[in-house]
Design a protein around this ligand. Sequence first.
Ligand SMILES: Cc1ncc(COP(=O)(O)O)c(C=O)c1O
Length: 410
Amino acid sequence: MAANGSGLDVEQIRRDFPVLDQQVRGRRLAYLDNAATTQKPLAVLEAVDHYYRHDNANVHRGLHTLAERATERYESARDRLARFVNARDRREVVWTRGTTEAINLVAQCFAQTELGPGDAVLISELEHHSNIVPWQLACQRSGATLRWIPLAEDGTLDLSDLDALLEGVKLMSVAACSNALGTIHPVRQLVDAAHAAGAAVLIDAAQATVHQRMDVQAWNADFVALSGHKAYGPTGIGALIGTTEWLDRLAPWHGGGEMIETVTLEASTWNELPYKFEAGTPNIAGAIGLAAAIEWFDALDHAALLTHEQVLLHAATEGLQQIQGLRLIGTAADKAPIVSFVIDGVHPQDLATLIDQSGVAVRTGHHCAMPTMAKFGVPGTVRASMACYNSLEDIQQLIAATEIAAEILR
Ligand SMILES: Cc1ncc(COP(=O)(O)O)c(C=O)c1O
C-alpha cells in the first residue's frame, strides 16, 4: 500500500530497518539525521553477517576455497558499484574508507605531481571540511593557491564570476549536494565550465548518492567521491571513481601490499588499476555490505522516492516556517530533503537537546561546514535530513518537538 501519497510504500520500507522500531525517551523514534549517516536495511546486516560466518578470508592472495569466495564477493561488489554509478569501466572504481579518504587521495596525488606555484585549486564556500582541508594541505605543500566560489544568500553558489575564477585552475572540487543546507548544484554546468578552462573536476557525491540518480558519465567529472554509510551501507567503505586516464597518470599515494607489481631492494613497480591505489588489506565486509545496500536501494521505485523526499521536504519547510522566530538557512529552489534552521535568541545546541526529548534525532552544530556558518553569521544550525524510510509522521513529530522546544527556550 502506498503511503504519504507519493507511491512509495514507506511502511514496507520501514520493516527492513529494525533500528527504527524503538522508543527514545519514551517516544516513537523519528530518525532525521540521515545526512550524517543512514540506517542499514536487513539485507546489509545479513550480507555482512553471512560473509563473516561463511566466507571470511583475505582477498586476492590465497588459492584456497574461502579466499576465492571472499575475492569473488569483494570484486563482485566493485562491479555492482560500477553499475550503480554508471562507471565506464570497473577499473575506475577505487575502494576507499569513504568520501574523505577519496578526496585526500586526489588532493595528495595532485600536490605531488600536478600542482605548483602559479596554479590554483577552486572549491566553494559551501563545502564540507572534507572538501576544504585536503585542498588547503595540498596548496600548502605545492605552493598552489586556493580559490573559492562565493555562496549566495539563498544557499546557492554564485556562479556569476565562474569563468574568471577558473583562470589558471588545475582542479575544481565541489559537492553535488550540500550537507549543511541541502542545495543541489548544477554539476554538469560546473564540469563543462571547468573543462572549458582546462581544469580537472572532482565531485563530492557524499550526499547526492541516494538523493539523485547517480550517473558519473552524465556528470562527466574526472573524479567522484562517495561514502557507503550515507547510502544505507556500512561505515568505513566508500569509493573514488576516477577516469582511467587520470588514474593512470597519477602516482600512487599509499604504499604497501596489493598496490605493487614487483618489489626489489632498489624500487617497486605498480599494480594495474584500480589496485595501484588500494594498499593493504581492504574492508572486504564493508564492500560486500555496500553492494547489498545498493542492491536493496536500486530495487526501490526511484521516481516515487524522489517525489516522496520532496513531499517530506515541503512539509517540513512549511511546518517549521510557522514557528515564531524560526529562520531557515538555505532556501534554494533545488534542494535535497534537508532543512537547516535557527531560532532567534535560542542556541541551536539547546534546541536540539530539547528536540531529542521528543524522540526526534536531528543534528546540531556547524555540520563540518564552518565557512558556510560564518557566511550566514550563525554558530550553527539545527538540521533535519530525511531518507526513504521517513514518513510524514516523522515530520509532524519534528515540527511539534521544535514548537515545544522553542516555547520553553524563548
Ligand atoms: C558533502 C559531504 N562531503 C564529505 C563528507 C565526508 O564523508 P565521510 O565522513 O563519510 O568521509 C560528508 C559527510 O557528512 C558530506 O556530507
